[in-house]
Write a protein that binds this ligand. Structure first.
Ligand SMILES: [Zn+2]
Length: 509
């Protein structure tokens, strides 16, 4: 056997190495050669007819210039399609540009010197949108250059733009298909919210804006009512809150089932609070008359501190909540389901009304006659004064705490029941409800919500949703009297049919 012999001369195999080689120039030469010879296009076409391998390009947000950190993500998005192509797969690659979102709006707002959302409406939404779209187009050129320069093989000439009507209509089509299959349900989630930007804030955004602030904290009397609905001999629940404005939306008072409470006499009145906190809150003069477990208070009714909004179901009574503690306050927690994630959970579990007389700028609506049009936090002072005048304020003290502010505009955040329902909810695994009437654009009234949950019953005779204590929450009548409807529209939570025990057992899908 003879040794294989190379018939080429070394100078035919390799060009002489240029020891002064410029690597950027070398890259440019290769890129130009790829382009001239349509190597990417050929690499795709050569595999046509072979098994397809699909890579969905999550499009980069094109409303700003690309940064070096974008290079890494794009390299990964290039490696796998190339690898699969080399393994023989047909891997068409379509680029995309994410054009929507607050960043582009904020940039244009800044350029125009706007500070409030109304200024956009005065300027003209169509004109404003045009500027936003122009701004996106301005940056896509930079993105294309970067993409080509790093050798990312993707079809940039046939990119999809999320601001194109084709794309938007596709999203609506998908929603319509999900709706037809009964996979959507209107819901709300309490989320952090920036009143200035008019948008919800993610937990990541929230974490960027914490500041130590001093807010008023108040101890408020909730006068107990007897069976006859009249106040019981000068006895009140004593409740502590650091957000006085949320008292307008109070729906219940929560106690800890296992916490021991005391009825203590102080001067001419009797106050109920956690036994451990009597001396700390009321001082040494208070005399404890009786102690009892929290469970003994459950169901007791009280007179709410404010009554601006009519409610469509029972409210203003004592419930229990797991998270009530005696670490601070009085051991009795004021519950406003519209303005706290924990409160919303308690509200759902007890079917409390969602009292929501606040608009999208987090100002009180006309129904709250005394404070209408005022930003809620700025109404704290007047609310405290009015509580004092009504004899309901027991004490107040400044409360220093870490409070989240909007990272974009430095405005103190609020919490709001957002119509922007998310899919990442634990209860996505509960049985889904099949709406029986309405359409995706209209079913936000209580009658439709009721039909959505009441259309089927389980073997226990309860509707699937109420069986898990999770009925659609906001009803039209809970908003009665509010001048502006908020949340402004329906939102939809979707979960896969496979996880829905009802649909899989009944074959409804
Ligand atoms: Zn903001």
């Amino acid at each position: 056997m003879t040794e294989p012999v190379c018939r080429h001369q070394p100078d035919q195999l390799y060009r002489p190495v240029d020891t002064g080689q410029s690597f950027p120039a070398l890259e440019e030469r290769i890129l130009a050669w790829w382009k001239q010879n349509e190597i990417f296009e050929k690499s795709v076409e050569l595999r046509r007819g072979n098994p397809e391998w699909v890579f969905y390009e999550g499009p980069p947000t094109a409303n700003g210039r690309p940064g070096s950190h974008h290079v890494l993500a794009r390299i990964f998005k290039d490696i796998y399609p190339r690898f699969r192509t080399m393994r023989g797969h047909f891997v068409p690659r379509k680029a995309g540009w994410d054009c929507h979102g607050l960043p582009v709006e904020l940039e244009i707002e800044k350029r125009l010197g706007f500070r409030r959302k109304e200024e956009i409406e005065q300027y003209g939404i169509a004109e404003f949108n045009t500027l936003c779209m122009d701004s996106v187009r301005e940056y896509v050129g930079d993105w294309k250059n970067m993409t080509e320069r790093i050798g990312f093989w993707i079809d940039l000439d046939d990119a999809y733009w999320t601001m194109s009507n084709d794309y938007i209509e596709s999203v609506w089509w998908i929603l319509a298909e999900l709706w037809k299959q009964g996979l959507l349900e209107q819901d709300y989630k309490v989320v952090p919210y920036c009143p200035r930007c008019g948008t919800a804030l993610s937990s990541h955004e929230l974490a960027q804006g914490y500041k130590v602030v001093t807010d008023p904290s108040i101890f408020v009397r909730f006068p107990l009512l007897g069976e006859d609905g009249l106040q019981e001999a000068g006895t009140s629940l004593l409740v502590w809150t650091t957000t006085p404005w949320t008292l307008i939306s109070n729906a219940a008072a929560a106690v800890g089932r296992k916490i021991t409470y005391a009825r203590a006499r102080l001067g001419g009145e009797r106050l109920i609070l956690a036994a451990d906190l009597v001396e700390k809150v009321l001082g040494p003069e208070a005399v404890v008359e009786e102690t009892f477990p929290g469970s003994a208070l459950v169901g007791r009714r009280y007179a709410p501190p404010f009554h601006f909004v009519e409610v469509d179901r029972p409210a203003w009574y004592v419930v229990t909540a797991e998270y009530v503690s005696t670490a601070e306050g009085t051991g009795i927690v004021h519950i406003a389901p519209a303005f706290g994630a924990d409160d919303m959970v308690v509200g759902r579990a007890n079917d409390l009304p969602l009292i929501m007389p606040v608009d999208e700028e987090v100002k009180f609506t006309d129904v709250v006659t005394a404070y209408a049009g005022r930003f809620v936090k700025e109404a704290d002072g007047a609310i405290i004064r009015d509580l004092d005048d009504a004899g309901l304020l027991f004490a107040q003290q400044p409360y220093e705490h870490n409070y989240p502010h909007c990272w974009r505009c430095d405005t103190p955040s609020s919490t709001m029941p957002s119509p922007a329902g998310t899919c990442a909810r634990p209860r996505a695994r509960r049985p889904c409800s099949r709406p029986t009437r309405g359409s995706p654009g209209t079913p936000s009234t209580s009658s439709t919500a009721a039909s959505a949950t009441g259309s089927r019953t389980t073997s226990t005779g309860r509707s699937p949703a109420s069986a898990t204590g999770a009925r659609p929450y906001l009803s039209g009548s809970a908003l009665r009297g509010t001048s502006r409807r908020w949340p402004p529209g329906p939102s939809w939570v979707c979960w896969p049919a496979a996880t829905c025990p009802i649909s899989s057992s009944t074959g409804l899908m």
